[in-house]
Design a protein around this ligand. Structure first.
Ligand code: JHZ
Ligand code: ZN
Length: 414
């Protein structure tokens, strides 16, 4: 496989060729491609980043696909550094444990299990657990925490291997990972094979309507091949003989949804008022070129506003740093052209990012305590999805006269 398969000329799900491009971010480095100092002079690969909507099934998707090996083998993102994410995982595990009568014989398989954070909660409830993740570095950490982990990409071929080795799963979880999967029909084939007859699949993903509404353009990046609204997701689910039995809106990652699925029971289509309501809303307000073009225009305005603000502060001699070396932050800094001449550095609590430099803009990443020692004037919160958590954690910075800049959904100084 080449590094990048350029241009998707057919919809990933329905194969229609009627694709409408509504935002083009241009060539971008891979968003988690942090660099060591010794590599800063080497040429970095950049890949086109633009988003299309399929005019047939309405799936929003990337125009180019980067080889997953380049992005996921050695992965630096871990959810366990955020309390909000941990609270969400606790809630998911409790919901599944209580609602589906799990016990010590039940097997929970987590696809994209990362450092084992979600499965630790299930283990705490006493179920059997198995993680599946292609990141060798994170699987090592998960295993150290006592979470058995298979270093694999999840697909129908590997699902068979897992089934033969561990038996069928009562619950399969896939949080913040379906967007990363290219062949979604194959994903469902694998789930169907690995899942026990009455088992459930629980997914969580950022909800596209919130992405558009909240100007969350920086969550568009090479790892995320699809951006789901409910209508195309439901179509995909039904065409693979599954149905949605529960929906919960979440505040994670700028607005997400948690969906619980099981195999379709009988031929009749189940109605679910929550789902029907959201799909009706999507159809009336969302699937049109005007909405999508409006989003692209708002992003262009945001760029001007933020750059004006940062440049004025610099002219006044203010020192500005970033908070949260999130993948999304790397898209925002690259697309808005914000480099180390504006942000002295970025602080981040993830040990695997500290000491490295951001892809593209080469901004150094340090531990969070640098902020306390260094006391800059302004902090640009790049991990804006955790703004409340970060502001609360760093209340002393504000007490001492520091100010936070939150870029998304709307530029705000607090
Ligand atoms: P965060 C991730 O994207 C990765 P990213 C992934 N591709 C995905 O699908 C989406 O989420 C949904 C730091 N931080 O979670 C930690 C602090 O330093 O917004 C992270 O590096 N201190 C799987 O990378 C970053 O911020 C803190 O107190 O855009 C946040 O990254 C907190 C709360 C976070 O995801
Ligand atoms: Zn389509």
């Amino acid at each position: 496989m080449k590094n990048s398969i350029t241009l998707l000329n057919k919809c990933r799900i329905c194969k229609s060729q009627k694709l409408f491009k509504f935002i083009d971010l241009g060539p971008m480095p891979i968003p988690n491609g942090f660099l060591e100092e010794k590599d800063l002079n080497k040429t970095e690969s950049k890949y086109e980043l633009s988003c299309l909507i399929c005019e047939n099934c309405e799936l929003v998707q990337l125009s180019n696909i980067v080889n997953p090996d380049l992005m996921f083998k050695n992965y630096v993102y871990v959810p366990s550094v955020s309390m909000m994410m941990m609270d969400n995982f606790r809630d998911l595990s409790l919901q599944a444990y209580n609602d589906f009568g799990l016990n010590q014989d039940s097997l929970v398989v987590d696809i994209g299990s990362n450092d084992g954070s979600l499965l630790l909660f299930f283990k705490g409830h006493g179920t059997r657990v198995l993680g599946v993740d292609p990141a060798e570095n994170l699987a090592k950490i998960a295993k150290m925490k006592g979470i058995p982990t298979e270093v694999k990409l999840f697909n129908s071929k590997n699902a068979k291997i897992l089934k033969n080795k561990y038996g069928q799963a009562d619950v399969i979880t896939a949080t913040n990972v379906v967007a990363h999967i290219n062949d979604l029909h194959d994903f469902f084939e694998g789930v169907s094979d690995l899942l026990s007859k009455n088992g459930v699949l629980i997914t969580e993903f950022p909800y596209l309507v919130e992405l558009i509404r909240g100007n969350e353009f920086d969550t568009i990046y090479h790892e995320h091949l699809s951006y789901f609204a409910l209508k195309p997701w439901l179509k995909l689910v039904e065409s693979n003989d599954f149905e949605i039995i529960r929906l919960k809106k979440l505040s994670t990652h700028g607005g997400s949804i948690r969906l619980t699925h099981r195999r379709k029971a009988g031929k009749n289509k189940k109605t679910n008022s929550k789902i029907d309501f959201l799909i009706a809303q999507e159809e009336s307000d969302f699937y049109n070129k005007k909405t999508l073009r409006g989003f692209a225009t708002r992003v262009a305005t945001l760029k001007i506003e933020l750059l004006n603000l940062l440049n004025n502060l610099k002219k006044k001699g203010k020192r500005i740093v970033g908070y949260g070396a999130a993948a999304k932050g790397n898209i925002l800094t690259n697309y808005f052209n914000i480099g180390p001449e504006i942000l002295d550095y970025i602080v981040d609590s993830t040990p695997y990012k500290q000491g490295l430099f951001t892809p593209g803009k080469h901004i150094p990443v340090y531990a969070e305590n640098r902020l306390t020692i260094d006391r800059p004037n302004y902090v640009l919160i790049l991990a804006w999805n955790f703004a409340d958590e970060i502001i609360e954690k760093e209340k002393d910075f504000r007490k001492n006269g520091g100010k936070f800049i939150i870029p998304i959904p709307k530029l705000k100084i607090v």
